[in-house]
Write a protein that binds this ligand. Structure first.
Ligand SMILES: [Zn+2]
Length: 232
């Protein structure tokens, strides 16, 4: 990984969870605009896991068939079975986190270095477990509404969700900045929400605003967040 801050003052990155069928459309849109995303996946679940969002079925992808789909983006841990991490025994925590990392490595051929907390839930034991298995950043759902570089990457706070009322105001602020220090804009969500809320045009409008800028580095979460560690 290269240190993007040598060439750029701003970085844009996306983080999408749960590996569902709407990711196919999301990847197409990301690729059309040159955007990079991290996909947080649950390797212990498959297309038999179906749930409802706004009255429509949401189905997981078969991850055994997704290597080509996600090529060029980052694969990260989201828990083998999408469990809340706060009430698990040490053995169950190991299966949920180390088990997911191992299986995703087999499925995608690269070892994940990041994760996103299922339901946004974590405790100190979960954070320590992640540290012990070599996970270097973990995304919460605690929106910062900020672009400042963060140092506690196992409690990483994204800038905002794509449905945040401030999304476009934040994007305009990000574009207008001429910062001395590196700035990171991280947007998160679930692609099935774009189906359920019928607002793919919202994300496309954001991509059109932010795409193709010379001063912005477009990278995965790992590429954007770990630039300091890469210097070591
Ligand atoms: Zn999730």
């Amino acid at each position: 990984m290269t240190d993007w801050t040598r060439q750029y003052r701003k970085a844009l990155t996306f983080s999408y969870d749960d590996g569902n069928e709407a990711d196919v459309r999301l990847v197409r849109l990301l690729d059309a605009y040159g955007m990079k995303c991290t996909f947080n996946l649950n390797s212990g679940l498959d297309s038999s896991d179906v749930w409802q969002y706004r009255g429509a079925d949401v189905r997981r992808l078969e991850l055994t068939q997704c290597r080509a789909l996600y090529a060029g983006h980052e694969i990260a841990v989201h828990g083998s079975r999408h469990l809340s991490l706060t009430a698990l025994s040490p053995e169950a925590l190991d299966a949920e986190l180390a088990g997911d990392k191992k299986r995703l490595t087999e499925l995608f051929g690269t070892e994940p270095v990041g994760m996103a907390y299922a339901y946004g839930e974590y405790n100190d034991a979960a954070v320590e477990k992640l540290r012990s298995i070599g996970i270097r950043y973990a995304r919460t759902v605690e929106d910062s509404h900020s672009f400042a570089v963060q140092s506690d990457l196992l409690h990483f706070r994204p800038t905002c969700h794509h449905d945040d009322p401030q999304l476009f105001a934040l994007a305009e602020r990000f574009l207008a900045m001429e910062p001395d220090e590196p700035q990171i804009f991280c947007i998160w969500g679930h692609s099935y929400e774009l189906d359920g809320n019928a607002n793919w045009d919202r994300l496309e409008r954001l991509f059109a605003m932010l795409a193709g800028k010379e001063e912005i580095f477009y990278g995965t979460n790992a590429q954007v967040l770990l630039f300091r560690e890469e210097l070591c």
